[in-house]
Design a protein around this ligand. Structure first.
Ligand code: FAD
Length: 481
């Protein structure tokens, strides 16, 4: 049998169920990647994300070549491209790992149906998550709507049936006959994006190196370190999980093995980190079970304030937020980190999201889209789930509305202002006493610090206390029929 392996969010050789099955069942395999032209043209993702993906593909291509197999590629509509490739390579079967985004599910259903009509076998596999949505359900069989209940069931499931890891498969000898594709691989600019510096190294090897580095060091202080944006205290594996250069299974096994080996690794730190991976799966299952979240609120909370109407004021506030010019150092540092690097620390993501939705009263969907267009780890399930959580339209179990106070967050998690000064250079010489609220700095000290409020750095765009009260008051207003 000759099999086509369609690589999508699984750009790796090790622990790859679709690739392993194809290598086991086929006499010859053809690996394929399709550049989804309509998706790329829509610019739903940014240059950082596309650049990272190309870096991962470059490495995958090299790794496959070491096994004597050439990675084929197509550019166009994914459905037509896969069907055409199946014809071109005269394959009997097509293999892929499942994707749970609504558009991907629709695409895959169509490909599967049309391949079946042509008499070709289709084999699909669980890969992107440790447990698929249907595997972690409540006693009633309904999907979970609260993270804590989901997490408890997830761990029960893990203890009962932790999925084993697959290594790198043995490639069938006939695969080695596949002809190398002589066309030049598209570059970031060929795809219509800008070439930007890569802050997180792409590829399967880099993912494993980063995991090992994380388990040797930062995981030891993860419970506290994960909240401090000035330090490299988290794994930065999110883009790797996004493009599947390492499997979530591998991460959970590696973390628990590190704990089992003893030494200085603490149970609380390791479990807190794995719980973050469970958050990722929780949002994946929310998207799979409630696909309407991709286009609207998970739940419309009664009395939730309406966002500000479209118009120049909304545009002015959104522009200040997106450019990192709000006069709130923690918000500005976060947005500039995102704009400059394609990544933002999780604690700061929560602060900037809350600020946009609650303080500025701009619709959360605008923030979600802005993140997606810039994040190197932009992922519909995680991004949407977290934006909705911050906007109080999602799965947050808290009654009422959670509103972050930017000053308190900044004082608590970046007390010395190291992160703030790194991304907001205007504040570099501002004394620590004023770093969280530079607009309160006396005029003479502003001159001494080279930071005049209103010219070098903006006045706060809104007064947080007032904006918070307005939001709460609006929230109390009766819902219009
Ligand atoms: C408004 C907002 C938007 C976000 N958008 C995205 C996004 O598009 N893509 C994305 O992967 N994450 C997103 N997150 C979640 C989180 O910020 C990132 O996953 C995390 O910062 C990645 O850094 P890390 O790999 O060092 O995380 P670590 O702390 O090392 O955690 C390990 C892994 O757990 C998962 N994880 C951690 N926190 C969360 C979380 N809150 N929700 C879901 N998964 C989590 C990630 O896969 C992460 O790589 C968003 C969070 C917020 C508040």
């Amino acid at each position: 049998m000759k099999g086509l392996v369609w690589f999508r969010r699984d750009l790796r050789l090790s622990d790859n169920p679709a690739l392993s099955a194809a290598c086991q069942e086929c006499r010859e395999i053809v690996p394929l990647f399709v550049f989804d032209e309509p998706l790329l043209r829509s610019h739903a993702f940014g240059s950082a994300c596309v650049g990272f993906m190309l870096g991962c593909l470059e490495e995958l291509r090299r790794s496959l070549a070491l096994h004597g197999v050439s990675l084929a590629w197509r550019m166009g509509d994914p459905v037509e491209s896969v069907l055409q490739a199946a014809d071109d390579f005269k394959v009997d079967a097509v293999y892929w790992n499942r994707d749970y985004e609504p558009a991907a599910l629709e695409r895959d259903r169509e490909v599967q149906q049309r391949l079946a009509q042509q008499g070709r076998t289709v084999r699909t596999f669980k890969d992107h998550v440790v447990f698929e949505a249907e595997e972690v359900r409540g006693l009633s069989g309904d999907p979970f709507q609260r993270y804590s209940a989901y997490r408890d069931r997830w761990w029960t499931k893990w203890r009962a049936a932790a999925p084993p890891l697959l290594g790198i498969p043995s490639f069938p000898p006939a695969g080695k006959a596949s002809t190398p594709d002589s066309r030049k691989w598209p570059s970031v600019t060929d795809l219509g994006y800008e070439s930007v510096p890569m802050w997180i190294e792409p590829g399967e090897q880099a993912a494993h190196a980063r995991l090992q580095w994380f388990l040797r060091g930062p995981v030891h202080q993860y419970v506290t370190g994960r909240n401090l944006p000035a330090i490299d205290g988290t794994s930065k594996l999110s883009p790797h999980l996004r493009f599947g250069t390492v499997s979530a299974r591998t991460l959970v096994h590696a973390a628990l093995n590190a704990l089992a080996k003893g030494g200085a690794v603490s149970r609380a730190d390791v479990f807190t980190w794995v719980d973050e991976l469970v958050w990722r799966e929780f949002f994946q299952q929310v998207l799979a079970a409630f696909p309407h979240v991709a286009h609207g609120p998970f739940k419309a909370k009664p009395g939730l304030p309406e966002p500000r109407p479209a118009g120049p004021e909304r545009d002015r506030l959104f522009a200040a937020w997106s450019q990192g010019l709000t006069g709130y150092p923690i918000v500005d540092a976060g947005m500039r980190q995102l704009n400059q690097t394609g990544w933002m620390h999780n604690r700061v993501r929560m602060v900037v999201a809350s600020f946009l939705v609650k303080d500025l009263r701009v619709d959360w969907q605008s923030g979600e889209r802005y993140f997606m267009e810039r994040l190197v780890d932009g992922d519909l399930a995680a991004n949407n789930g977290n934006w909705q959580w911050c906007a109080s339209t999602g799965t947050d179990a808290m009654q009422g509305y959670r509103i972050f106070n930017p000053r308190i967050q900044s004082e608590k998690f970046d007390a010395e202002g190291e992160y703030l000064r790194r991304y907001v250079p205007e504040l570099k010489h501002v004394p620590t006493k004023w770093i969280h609220e530079p607009h309160l700095m006396p005029p003479l000290e502003q001159v001494q610090a080279g930071c005049r409020i209103g010219s070098d750095y903006p006045e706060p765009i809104v007064d947080h206390r007032q904006a918070r009260q307005e939001y709460l008051d609006l929230g109390k207003a009766p819902v219009k029929a």
